[in-house]
Design a protein around this ligand. Structure first.
Ligand code: SAH
Length: 235
């Protein structure tokens, strides 16, 4: 049997490239996105959803879909050198390339004729096609005593400091984007976005950058953790 799916909407996210996006939702609470529903969906399709604080999103890993999938993968949480089955991981390289994230629903608005859901805490790239939305139901969906293999606990967090220049850049960008950019960057980099093999490689002298909104964030590793150097406008 073949299945054809049509996206119900598209994500506009602060994450403008794959590198740096947290590996799960809710680690970076300051991350913001809008989900723009496509026609024919009107406010009727989300009537009652405003009473839920969180929603599940089912989406397509659209930028990696063409790269296919692997029977086994090496999760970063296992140091990137131990293989487990694809279905024992949340890897993007999976059959059907479907992603699943529980995210915070901040608001529901009408912009012109389009329904727009304001979201936070998500781990989705800008432009991600969304296939379905379902309300999060704690009594059924939350299982606090569940066993979670190699991912029982949230990953450890890296200390992050800002240069004077980076602090000033954050103030300017926070006003422009109506978001606490300093907190956003701190939460993202605390996850240490490097591939596992780099993170375990001793002192790393490379300079790193990732795209958020309309700027690049530049940082480097020091013996104390991460130092944010500056933000650069994307031209
Ligand atoms: N919570 C989801 C996603 C886990 S993988 C799930 O469990 O299914 C998280 C990674 O997905 C992020 O680090 C980001 O790099 C990647 N990602 C997010 N949106 C994507 C997209 N549209 N295409 C490809 N990769 C994406």
């Amino acid at each position: 049997m073949e299945v054809t799916l049509k996206p119900i909407g598209c994500i506009q996210s602060c994450y403008r490239e794959k590198f740096g996006i947290p590996r799960q939702p809710n680690l970076v609470t300051e991350a913001r996105a809008s989900l723009w529903l496509e026609p024919p969906f009107t406010l009727d399709a989300v009537r009652g959803l405003e009473a839920f604080s969180h929603v599940w999103l089912i989406f397509l890993f659209h930028t990696t879909e063409a790269q296919g999938w692997h029977m086994t993968v090496r999760p970063p949480r296992l140091g990137g050198n131990k293989r487990v089955g694809v279905f024992a991981t949340r890897s993007t390289f999976r059959p059907n390339a479907l992603g699943l994230s529980v995210v915070k629903l901040e608001q529901i608005q009408l912009v012109g004729a389009q329904v727009v859901l304001g979201l936070s805490g998500m781990d989705l790239l800008d432009g991600t096609p969304v296939l379905d939305i379902k309300p999060y139901i704690p009594y059924a969906d939350a299982i606090p005593a569940a066993l979670a293999g190699f991912a029982q606990q949230a990953p450890p967090e890296y200390p992050v400091v800002f240069s004077e220049q980076a602090r000033m850049d954050c103030t300017q960008k926070s006003a422009q984007w109506n978001c606490d950019i300093n907190l956003l960057i701190r939460q993202i980099l605390a996850q240490d976005p490097r591939p596992a093999y780099r993170a375990h490689d001793g002192l790393d002298t490379r300079r790193y950058a990732m795209k958020l909104y309309d700027f690049d964030v530049h940082w480097q590793y020091t013996t104390h953790g991460i130092e944010v150097l500056r933000l650069n406008d994307l031209s």
